[in-house]
Design a protein around this ligand. Structure first.
Ligand code: ZN
Length: 162
């Protein structure tokens, strides 16, 4: 496993639409391992492949309940609403208020290309939406209500970054 460089806002790779994964090659497995390591190292709760410069539909998430790997994810259902601060490892040190669904159901393949259905509420629902947006070349900054603000990392109640 290896740490990969996290691309930051302004890098054109972050505004491109990602391609589906057709088969799980050793390269994809290495990408997933590296993405998990990079996400944990950066203290994030999610990371999408374009954030490490790879235009593939691959997402990793861990909201504190163990790693989730999503290959070719799609949102099946979304309902409810939550408004709260959101951050992104590609927009370091910043956060902003975003409204997301409270509950999201996602379909994706796993690393054996088996279909899995996952449901998330609150932070996990937010992470699903945030990371899937990355696969469409969309950053949360386009959804922020009001202004982006700086995050104080000394604050233990600080923002989660995705
Ligand atoms: Zn992000």
């Amino acid at each position: 496993m290896a740490l990969r460089t996290i691309r930051t806002e302004g890098d054109p790779v972050l505004s491109k639409v990602c391609r589906p994964v057709r088969e799980i090659t050793p390269r994809i497995r290495t990408l997933v391992d590296d993405m998990l390591e990079t996400m944990y190292d950066a203290g994030g709760v999610g990371l999408a492949a374009p954030q490490v410069g790879i235009l593939k539909r691959v997402v990793v998430i861990d909201v504190g309940e163990g790693p989730i790997v999503l290959i070719n994810p799609e949102i099946l259902e979304a309902d409810g609403e939550q408004t709260g601060d959101e951050g992104c490892l590609s927009v370091p040190g910043m956060a902003g208020k975003v409204t997301r669904p409270m509950h999201v159901k996602v379909k994706a393949q796993d690393l054996d290309m088996n279909e899995q259905i996952l449901e998330g509420e609150e932070l996990l629902a937010r992470a699903f939406c945030h990371e899937l947006d990355h696969l469409e070349g969309k950053l949360y900054t386009s959804l922020v209500e009001g202004e982006l603000h700086e995050v104080n990392y000394d604050d233990e109640d600080g923002e989660e970054e995705e």
